[in-house]
Design a protein around this ligand. Sequence first.
Ligand code: 13P
Ligand code: SF4
Length: 337
Amino acid sequence: MTDTLLTAEEIRSVDRKGWLDRKVDPTLDLFAEIARLKKEKNAVLLAHYYQDADIQDVADYIGDSLGLAQQAEKTTASMILFAGVHFMAETAKILNPDKKVVLPDLRAGCSLADSCPPDAFAKFKAEHPGHVVISYINCTAEIKAMSDIICTSSNAIAIVNSVPKDTPIIFAPDKNLGRYIMEKTGRPMVLWNGSCMVHEIFSLEKIVRLKAAHPNAKFIAHPECEEAVLKIADYIGSTTGLLKYTVNSPDQEFIVATETGILHQMMKASPKKTFIPAPPNNACACNDCPHMKLNTLEKVYLCLKYEVPELTMDEDLRKKALLPIQRMLEISRQQGL
Ligand code: 13P
Ligand code: SF4
């Protein structure tokens, strides 16, 4: 059995329904097929660390939000397949208006981006005149267009420090990252009250118990986690920062407070070390991002084969959102990030 071709109507409907009713021939070697299609179409597959292990294994580049934006900026491929969430693919499209950008599942959103609706943010901004707006890359193109500079968890300290000392700052949308950056830089900032559902689910009580049961383990956390969790962390950093820490540390055991996808690269880089996902405050797998996990290897294959769903955007909006992203990339370059 080979999967038959999609009709034009089916291709259009992918944007609305995702690939839910699409079956892929189970005997197909998807790894080989994806490699073949990438070559044939001169496509680059960029994947975030929170993707399934299989997707990470077929990617041309795996990284955190900053690394992915930098790769998107410099790629010479004709098509970008972005295995991540919507705001990441949107950033790639903003940087590459002439390239086709496809996302395995267009419904892969982000609770943090959703926590900052453009209308409410425009009002918030108007209530704080004279402020420089720094927005975390985990936001929509509309929020980016209302921002002065974008940042990621890798470069937020450098971006905040690039703003003259006497200039007041609005930081959006993640209040946890914002508060952490205020503490690191000593800069007061007006924070938007947004957060990530995955990083707020960790149970402090269970982490404390886990630490007691593993006294030699280092506890490492992403700055999107809540203040109480960050307070007991031995190291705080972006996904790339966390991965590098586990590689360079002489320690052998780590309790990891971020989305579980990153554990794949940690285990690959340090197969003899032990990695324990930090426990959520209930019995579900809530430290798996439900948005990131909408992408599957099957959808990556279909997306590459049919070149849908495609990310498109209004040109005026794109141009407005581009400027603050370019500022971020320039500051990161200057700082060697
Ligand atoms: P980084 O990729 O900057 O580590 O951020 C993690 C995240 O939540 C992405 O959605
Ligand atoms: Fe958004 Fe959180 Fe998922 Fe990252 S982990 S995509 S911030 S919901």
